[in-house]
Design a protein around this ligand. Structure first.
Ligand SMILES: *Cc1c(COP(=O)(O)O)cnc(C)c1O
Length: 325
């Protein structure tokens, strides 16, 4: 990947003249079955472009309570696009058709306008859970029927496809716009891509510039993304196997309550005690995980880990968190 970056052919992308950026954008558009795509520095910017191109200030965007857009985007939907997030409590990050129906406004002038439905696949906070295709089909169909646009936060769409065998395009087909990340499991250092129609991408391009993210010789970064798409997607199934091995090992500890993973994220609860002191001890020992709730820990597996690393982590976690207290 470093070599591909070093050797990347570049130009000034502010003038649309970086051939490597253009290749990446075309490749992702083709892969997702969209007309056009735009390289952006982060998944968050991709999502916020989605919010922006579909809405006007005062509009309402429907999201689930555990969504990335609601929890981890610094309030950007409100501050950058002037929209309200209408938050639905789902189950394991997923909502039902009746949840969606209940959240829709009715067009009275004293209400905000329901304008956009955002779904996420895989679901980060729910523990890398795959949003079932049929459920997404039903929800996006209902959204369209009621005049809503649809955006998919596909930061980990690659993982959903690797686990189910359902091509990314089949998920993407259900949505007007899609964000995918090259920087998560795919292992590129920087970058995400926002995809949609030509008009949507034109609006997003202008907006990206407003946000100060017009990038010059960004082909160096796009080359990493192209490399990741070509060589690292295959490895995602191994990440999922590593997550399963980790979860199965953790499940042997009576002190923990483990959610069996569908992809590369393992969630587990510390039954008696708090996550933070455990995480601090493990961080010092070389195992990095994050707290998701006062007694919930998230572990993510990735391509830089071997099965041996997983076993070593298991040993350390057993030492720190395996004691009944
Ligand atoms: C990581 C992530 C993002 C945003 O990615 P950044 O590149 O860190 O901004 C968006 N959605 C989900 C579900 C994520 O996990």
């Amino acid at each position: 990947m470093r070599r591909a970056m070093y050797e990347a052919e570049v130009g000034d992308d502010v003038f649309g003249e970086d051939p490597t950026v253009n290749r990446l954008q075309n490749r992702i558009a083709e892969l997702l079955g969209k007309k056009a795509a735009l390289f952006v520095p982060s998944g968050m910017m991709g999502n916020q472009l989605g919010v922006h191109v579909h809405t006007r200030p005062g509009d309402e965007v429907i999201v689930e309570r555990s969504s990335h857009i609601f929890n981890y985007e610094s309030g950007a939907a409100g501050s950058l696009s002037g929209v309200t997030l209408h938050v639905i409590d789902g189950t394991r990050g997923q909502i039902s058709e009746s949840d969606l129906l209940g959240a829709l406004r009715h067009g009275y002038y004293w209400e905000s306008r329901s304008r956009l439905l955002c779904l996420e696949n895989t679901l980060n906070k729910a523990g890398g859970v795959i949003y079932p295709l049929e459920r997404m089909q039903a929800l996006t169909r209902m959204a369209r029927t009621h005049g809503l646009a649809t955006h998919l936060d596909g930061a980990r769409l690659w993982n959903a496809s690797a686990a189910t065998g359902t091509p990314e395009q089949m998920y993407a087909d259900l949505f007007d716009t899609v964000t995918v990340c090259l920087s998560k499991g795919l292992g590129a250092p920087v970058g995400s891509v926002f995809a949609g129609t030509r008009d949507q991408i034109e609006a997003a391009h202008r907006r990206r510039k407003v946000l100060g993210a017009g990038m010059r010789q960004a082909g160096i970064l796009a080359a990493a993304g192209l490399y990741a798409l070509r060589y690292h997607r295959k490895g995602l199934a191994e990440d999922h196997a590593k997550a399963r091995r980790l979860a199965e090992g953790l499940a042997n500890l009576e002190t923990l309550d483990v959610q069996m993973p569908e992809t590369n994220i393992v969630l587990f609860d510390v039954k008696h005690g708090k996550a933070l002191p455990i995480l601090e001890d493990l961080q010092r020992a070389g195992v990095a995980m994050v707290p998701f709730a006062p007694n919930t820990i998230r572990a993510t597996t990735h391509r830089d880990l071997t099965m041996g690393d997983i076993d070593r982590a298991l040993g350390l976690i057993r030492r720190v968190a395996g004691k009944v207290n």
